[in-house]
Design a protein around this ligand. Structure first.
Ligand code: SD4
Length: 321
């Protein structure tokens, strides 16, 4: 098990300045300037999410707006089969969505087991802004969404339905696949230096009916403390829940760990569980200074980081080699 702290560029980056950036970037420092907005987001769809998030913040809007609108890109994209519209259903064929959001004041909102609504991140934001609560689930979350102007729609796409039918026939253990985890998580720092974060997911594909994962659980799937930084997770959510992993990552940063060291600490701790099996779990973190970190248990976690200089898709380092 060899560990390095480097991340590797996996796509060419588009510099906002228009300057050409080399395709290899072997020694990227885990540091970006906080002069101007910064956005960091999970997986390759994080690249699109960052683009929108950066635009929103460059126009002077808050990191909370950036998180919400950035996450919409994955929720609205039917090709992203793990988030929002087009997300894979549970074992019974229902698409059930989880999301949470947190702002720089430490306020939070979340929805769990939400059905027939394409943008759960926006419902989570309204739970934060319009209720004295943090989480609404199931029928109550749907009723709240409808009362607040959201429209019911069928979010099970033909492609997702076919995948579910294939899974049923073959009884293939897609649940075990390490790469089957693509929750969108986004952490952003706006022009004023305020951080917000959000996550949105359809959860583990073909999960047990009724299962809710880490994404709507504040501290597990997401945590932001404006004095320190933020963290979010993607992968087998139960591991993030048992470790309260996002909270733990932020607390390690509070103790003085870099975001990279904090992510590594949490992954190492999870790896000691006797029952993590072959499940993937990944953490992404950013501190107040815009220094970022990413680490996963297994190979394959990609994330995107954007600032005024551009947007880059990187491959995270991992523990088990
Ligand atoms: C969950 N963490 O529900 C999520 C899974 C994930 O794409 O990352 N899925 O456990």
């Amino acid at each position: 098990m060899k560990q390095t702290r480097r991340q590797f560029l996996i796509t060419g980056s588009l510099a906002l300045t228009g300057a050409a950036i080399t395709k290899t970037y072997p020694k990227i420092k885990n540091k970006v300037t906080v002069k101007g907005p910064v956005s960091i987001s999970t997986w390759s769809h994080g690249y699109e999410a960052n683009k929108v998030s950066m635009k929103v913040m460059q126009s002077g809007k808050t990191s909370l707006d950036a998180v919400e609108l950035g996450i919409h890109t994955a929720e609205n994209n039917p090709k992203v089969t793990s988030v929002g519209y087009g997300g894979y259903p549970d074992a019974e064929g229902n698409v059930t969505l989880d999301a949470s959001i947190m702002n720089w004041e430490g306020n939070a909102g979340a929805v769990g087991f939400l059905q027939e609504i394409k943008n759960p991140i926006s419902v989570a934001r309204l739970v934060m802004e319009k209720t004295p609560h943090i989480m609404l689930v199931g029928a109550g979350a749907l009723q709240f969404a409808l009362k607040n102007g959201f429209k019911k729609q069928d979010i099970l796409t033909p492609k997702a339905k076919e995948a579910w039918e294939r899974w049923k026939k073959k009884k293939e253990t897609e649940l075990q696949k390490k790469e089957n985890h693509d929750t969108v998580g986004l952490l952003a720092i706006d022009k004023k230096g305020n951080m917000s974060g959000g996550v949105s997911t359809s959860g583990i594909a073909f999960k047990t009916y009724g299962r809710v994962g880490d994404s709507p659980i504040i501290g597990a799937g997401l945590f932001v403390d404006n004095e320190v930084g933020g963290a979010c997770s993607t992968g087998w959510g139960e591991l993030a829940m048992k470790s309260v992993g996002s909270f733990l990552t932020v607390e390690k940063m509070r103790e003085g760990y870099s975001p990279q060291k904090a992510c590594e600490y949490v992954i190492k701790r999870i790896s000691k569980e006797p029952y993590f099996g072959n499940k993937q779990i990944c953490f992404l973190a950013m501190n107040k200074e815009g220094e970022f970190g990413a680490f996963s248990l297994y190979k394959g976690f990609a994330f995107a980081i954007a600032n005024e200089q551009g947007n880059r898709l990187l491959q995270s380092d991992y523990l088990i080699k």
